[in-house]
Write a protein that binds this ligand. Structure first.
Ligand SMILES: *Cc1c(COP(=O)(O)O)cnc(C)c1O
Length: 375
């Protein structure tokens, strides 16, 4: 059996172990310590724009705390991009609130501004002013930031920016992760940089960061005795995994470059194939190309190609199944235009790791060459 080629696998720089050893040498084996603070500072300097960052145990935890800090509670409506990973939407349910899903547009595959405004007007007409909007930069491609945020401002609804897949992407020269009233990042094992598991909450307001840290460390009031006036969570990042994060921050830009090269590799091979559509960057959009994705001309072609890769032990994956198609969310109201259903039918994510070897790219090339009869 040929060795497996993964869709996206961890890629260590060699700098991580030093920070982990420091944690052991100084006995900072805890969900706080110099690596946690150092990692937060590294992210803040990378993002700029006067950001304040709280390092947490996962991106999902960051979304959950983000919703709490935006005041989401029982019976609130939260608008969420339908085409995303379920972790974007699950925390809405943790809060006892109701997800309402918004379809995508074709240019970026992200939240459709037209459907968003229709949804806001309709929900307000029903007496349900949405509490927050969760917009996602899927596969690293920024959503239409100006359009989405203009609508959000017009109706005075805060945006929770899910930048889990878009660390290193930019829109009009500004980094993704800095656009939301609250933004989140993920460092899960398959993301562009990883701490094995981890996430961060980003805000321009220092008190929001402080509140996130407070809630993530069991909400202990300032008191000698353990006094609690809020329900707390155990969501803080460990000082060990933060050490991995500090090592990974030294190679984030390099990873973006390498992932963009993968996309170029696919684009060079496939751009003039009639059966293939690529996701090009609109002007001012700069994607980290976390995953390189293509659309085939039909569900059948997509499945045939996926199976050809599978025969060669090469992992590919359909695009995220939209939330409105998920059994857990089957009762939720969705504002649809057909785009995300179509993307799910025809879309395929191709191997995209920053650590793909030339011989692996060659194996991928061979499958594509036969399938599309490339010369
Ligand atoms: C990975 C991911 C998350 C969740 O992050 P975790 O760190 O795995 O909890 C949220 N949203 C999107 C779009 C993701 O891809």
């Amino acid at each position: 059996m040929k060795s497996k080629i993964w869709l996206s696998s961890p890629h260590m720089s060699g700098n991580e172990q030093k920070f982990i050893n420091e944690a052991f040498d100084t006995n900072w084996i805890a969900p706080l310590g110099p690596n946690v603070t150092g990692f937060e500072n590294d992210i803040q300097s990378y993002l700029n724009e006067d950001t304040h960052v709280a390092a947490l145990s996962s991106g999902t935890a960051a979304i959950h705390l983000g919703l709490i800090l935006l005041g989401t509670s029982k019976d609130d409506v939260v608008l969420c991009q339908s085409k995303t990973f379920s972790a974007s939407a699950n925390p809405i349910v943790y809060q006892g609130a109701t997800p309402v899903f918004i379809d995508s547009e074709k240019d970026t595959w992200n939240m459709c501004p037209i459907q968003l405004e229709i949804a806001i007007k309709d929900q307000i007409a029903k007496g349900k002013r949405p509490k927050a909007i969760i917009a996602v930069h899927l596969y690293g491609m920024p959503y239409k930031v100006d359009e989405i945020h203009t609508i959000a401002k017009a109706y005075d609804i805060p945006v929770l920016e899910d930048s889990a897949e878009a660390f290193g992407s930019t829109y009009k020269g500004k980094k993704c992760g800095t656009f939301g009233d609250i933004s989140i990042l993920s460092f899960n094992g398959n993301k562009i940089i990883t701490t094995s598991g981890g996430g961060a909450l980003v805000s321009k307001i220092k008190e929001i960061k402080d509140q996130a840290i407070f809630l993530s460390t069991q909400a202990r009031d300032k008191s000698v005795a353990y006094l609690h006036s809020h329900i707390g969570y155990n969501y803080r990042m460990s000082n060990i995994v933060a050490g991995i994060g500090r090592g990974q921050m030294t190679v984030l830009d390099k990873h973006v470059e390498l992932r963009r090269k993968n996309y170029e590799f696919y684009s060079n091979l496939l751009s003039n194939q009639d059966a293939v559509e690529l996701l090009n960057e609109p002007k001012d959009f700069h994607s980290n190309r976390w995953l390189s994705c293509i659309l085939l001309d039909s569900y059948k072609t997509k499945e045939l190609l996926r199976l050809e890769f599978e025969k060669e032990n090469i992992e590919t994956r359909p695009l995220w199944k939209p939330m409105h198609q998920q059994p857990i969310f089957s009762d939720c109201k969705t504002y649809l235009n057909g785009v995300s259903d179509d993307l799910f039918e025809r879309g395929l994510c191709l191997p995209s790791g920053s650590n793909l070897l030339d011989e692996e790219l060659n194996r991928i090339y061979k499958v594509l060459k036969v399938f599309f009869d490339l010369n």
